[in-house]
Design a protein around this ligand. Structure first.
Ligand SMILES: *Cc1c(COP(=O)(O)O)cnc(C)c1O
Length: 380
């Protein structure tokens, strides 16, 4: 058994990252400033979009998106129930109704068919998730969406390519820089789009609804007067956070390559354990995933997922659960009347999934330890 606990994830922070943050602390300008601008520039380059707005979280990005699109009571927003609850919460808080599409049972991605099945005349927005860093079929989804806007939840997908181009390249995508994501700022998010009006609105509502922020006033000779155009929020990112993300982004290729190597090793070692089923790759289009998570389904009548996680923990191996489906969580069940059985593939996975340890500083031998522990646990 392992002597030392292996966490499910750990941020990849190196000396250069630490130096970058320290430099900001010494610089005299610690909230949003030059490092935020660099972060936005880097995101435009990496994700191939025209406009990027750095924010305090991806959740803030969804909030601002709904505000900018004036989505509210009477509107419906389609998203998978197999997602992080933040998106669903923002939809509900806007006054709109979340409408859940099912996912493919083997990839856990929303599909054009599953989305088409729930579109109504009230649908205002569709938010597919690039789950675990594998891209949803955005072209197919756009085709069924017609004129309804599609915004990609790319929280897992910085460094994910779909048909040879970065996800979000020809539309709008929201990235997360939360501590467990592939690239982190501790907390943070980036709203990326090719739509100038949408970018302007998100930038306006990000900072109180005034058009010129403190850095602009201080450094670009703008008027010292702040003027509210339309009341907004306060969702800016500090330069300490932006500097950390900028520093990490310089090695995104290596970070994601390391994740891929570990994932390939998992696949190899789990191949002869039919009870533990990794997700399948999406079929029908070329893609290159960011390998944000390594998700398996515990699919045996002899052991449930929660026991599996507890048994691994006894063996000093941490795991995660991404995600417990949203529609069966208490608030949504009770206020919106969702019942078990309405989203069969989502519920099948919600009951069985578990995320195995995967982070860039993990060694190949750590993967071997996890596989050996799994073998022992399922043999019991
Ligand atoms: C992490 C995550 C979010 C939210 O990101 P924050 O930066 O924590 O707000 C949204 N959607 C998915 C799928 C996520 O995993």
């Amino acid at each position: 058994m392992r002597q030392e606990f292996l966490p499910f994830t750990r941020p990849a922070i190196n000396e250069a990252d630490i130096q970058a943050v320290v430099e900001v602390l010494r610089s005299g300008w610690i909230t949003n400033g030059p490092r935020n601008q660099e972060l936005e520039q880097s995101l435009c380059e990496i994700s191939n979009c025209k406009y990027a707005v750095a924010l305090s979280s991806a959740t803030a990005g969804f909030h601002l998106l709904l505000k900018a699109m004036k989505i509210g009571p009477g509107d419906e927003v389609i998203t998978p129930s197999m997602t992080w609850v933040s998106t669903v919460n923002m939809i509900v808080l806007s006054g709109a109704r979340p409408v859940f599409c099912d996912v493919d049972r083997e990839t856990m991605l929303a599909t054009p068919e599953s989305i088409r099945a729930v579109i109504t005349p009230r649908t205002r927005l569709i938010v597919p998730v690039h789950f675990a860093g594998a891209p949803a079929d955005i072209d197919g989804i756009r085709a069924v969406a017609g004129n309804i806007p599609v915004v990609e939840d790319a929280a897992h997908a910085l460094g994910t390519y779909y048909k040879g181009r970065h996800v979000g390249s020809d539309g709008t995508a929201i990235y997360s820089l939360h501590a467990i994501k592939n690239i982190t700022a501790g907390e943070g998010g980036v709203f990326c789009t090719n739509d100038a009006a949408l970018a302007d609105a998100v930038r306006l509502y990000k900072f109180h609804g005034i058009k010129v922020d403190a850095f602009d006033r201080e450094n670009r000779g703008r008027s010292p007067q702040a003027e509210v155009f339309d009341p907004g929020f306060k969702y800016n990112l500090t330069d300490m956070q932006a500097a950390l993300a900028v520093s990490q982004l310089q090695r995104i290729v290596n970070i994601n390559r390391k994740r891929r190597e570990l994932a390939m090793r998992y696949r190899e070692l789990l191949a002869d354990m039919p009870e533990i089923r990794p997700l399948a790759e999406p079929a029908g289009y070329a893609f290159d995933p960011a390998w944000h998570l390594f998700v398996v389904r515990v699919d045996t009548p002899h052991m449930d997922r929660d026991t599996f996680m507890a048994e691994l923990k006894k063996r000093n191996i941490g795991t995660g659960l991404h995600f417990r489906c949203a529609h069966l969580q208490r608030y949504y069940r009770e206020t919106m009347g969702f019942r078990p059985g309405i989203l069969p593939a989502t519920e099948y996975n919600s009951d069985r999934i578990c995320s195995l340890p995967l982070f860039p500083d993990m060694r190949r031998e750590d993967v071997d330890d996890v596989a050996a522990a799994i073998r022992e646990v399922i043999a019991r």
